[in-house]
Design a protein around this ligand. Structure first.
Ligand code: IMP
Ligand code: MG
Length: 184
């Protein structure tokens, strides 16, 4: 299949398709081990986690289950206030369940911190976090991450689920967007 993108749109590929694939191989091996004999529910956060969820879930036994949540963080200006609203809630009842939240990226950590508290209050047997990317410089709220893909620099990135104005989510890699793309 021919690539459907133009590499001039990016200044640098931070995490390649191959990097992602190998990382998911090793993370999924750990997750399969840790949850052996347990009924595991993967909770993806829309929309960014769609790609990592699909590729992680395909490395799990077919007994694994997927559910989805959509949330939005309210902020004043560029600062997130920590007020999070549920746009789409889970279908599943979490009581007694082993839950693994699957995220694309942790930036400030505010959204995930709130989500962890919210899911933990629903009586789950366990709630853990897997994130493909984390920006260490940007973390304002410490979130316990059990499974981490890559630490990346504090730059705005797109691809593999991450968007700029809803675009570039479909790229097979994670890259820094060329400022020329922002227009004028
Ligand atoms: P936070 O951790 O509460 O600051 O929010 C993280 C969310 O912001 C992620 O789930 C993404 O949707 C979005 N986000 C953070 N950094 C980036 C980026 O570099 N590119 C695209 N989206 C980002
Ligand atoms: Mg997200």
């Amino acid at each position: 299949m021919e690539p459907q993108y133009d590499m001039d749109d990016f200044t640098k590929v931070i995490v390649s398709e191959n990097d992602i694939s190998r990382k998911l191989d090793s993370l999924s091996a750990r997750i399969r081990d840790d949850y052996e004999g347990k009924d595991l529910l993967l909770v993806g956060v829309l929309k960014g986690a769609v790609m990592v969820m699909a590729d992680l879930a395909r490395r799990m036994p077919p007994s694994v289950q997927m559910d989805w949540m959509a949330v939005s963080s309210y902020g004043s200006g560029t600062k997130s206030s920590g007020v999070v609203r549920i746009l789409k809630d889970l279908d599943a009842d979490l009581s007694g369940r082993h839950v693994l939240i699957v995220e694309d990226i942790i930036d400030t950590g505010i959204t995930l911190h709130w989500l962890l508290g919210n899911l933990r209050s629903r009586g789950a047997a366990s709630v853990e976090v897997m994130t493909l990317l984390r920006k260490p410089d940007a973390v304002q709220v410490e979130v316990p991450v059990r499974y981490l893909g890559f630490e990346i620099p504090n730059e705005f990135v797109v691809g593999y689920g991450l968007d700029y104005a809803e675009r570039y989510r479909t790229l097979p890699f994670v890259a820094i967007l060329n400022p020329a793309v922002y227009g004028d």
